[in-house]
Design a protein around this ligand. Structure first.
Ligand code: GAR
Length: 217
């Protein structure tokens, strides 16, 4: 059975969707630990309520980024995970950390990468007037919000959207695609080739989910 560690910084709704998918049997894995860089991260309580061990590595205790990264990597290694899942983990991770967990470190980002890396993705999507927005799950590389894409979901941007309504529409899709991506990893169905992810034995529509039912009219 694949062992998974999940890293969070706050609310933990993606964490919850992953815990639910494991509990329902749709992800063949064990979530062996949840780590946060903030003691107040709400998701820590969600994990503890499910009996999942938690751990805090508070970035404010470290003057240097490299020292935080090293302490975080050591804390993760104690769980001996096969896969490390960033679920709303809002610290930039350095080269050494990324290299240490190469090919077993994945992230979810609230945009259709490579568009809108970084923060405030929904606000920026509205400001640009894009008609299609969404979310992406990818293997982590040393470049921020960059790396081989595993699955993406697209949603429409509606005329009366504000940041909150658009964020909520995207988040609903995040809760679909992250469990899917983790399931594929745990089933051994993801292959990396020349910077692209190939999905073994795909079914129609896999790797690109579209939510056209959300378009008004
Ligand atoms: C999610 O929207 C996730 O995509 C985003 O933070 C939110 C965390 O929500 N991650 C990033 O922006 C990473 N660059 P959650 O704590 O409820 O899962």
């Amino acid at each position: 059975m694949i062992s998974v560690v999940i890293l969070i910084s706050g609310r933990g709704s993606n964490l919850l969707s992953l815990l639910n998918a494991v509990d329902s049997g749709s992800i063949p894995a064990r979530i062996v630990g949840v780590l946060a860089n903030r003691p107040a991260a709400q998701g820590l309580q969600t994990a503890a309520a499910r009996g999942v061990p938690t751990c805090v590595v508070d970035h404010r205790q470290f003057a240097e980024r490299e020292d935080f990264d090293a302490a975080l990597a050591a804390a993760i290694d104690r769980f001996v995970p096969d896969l490390v899942v960033l679920a709303g983990f809002m610290r930039i991770l350095g080269n050494a950390f990324v290299h240490h967990f190469e090919n077993r470190l994945i992230n979810i980002h609230p945009s259709l990468l490579p568009a809108f890396p970084g923060l405030h993705t929904h606000r920026r999507a509205l400001a640009e007037g894009v008609r299609i927005h969404g979310c992406s799950v990818h293997f982590v590389t040393a470049d921020l919000d960059h790396g081989p894409l595993i699955v993406q979901a697209a949603v429409p941007v509606l005329d009366d959207d504000d940041e909150a309504t658009l964020a909520a529409r995207v988040l609903a899709q995040e809760h679909r695609i992250y469990p899917l991506a983790v399931r594929w990893f745990c089933e051994g169905r993801l292959r990396l080739l020349d910077g692209r992810v190939l999905l073994q034995a795909p079914q129609a529509g896999d790797a690109a989910l579209i939510a056209p039912q959300l378009v008004a009219g």
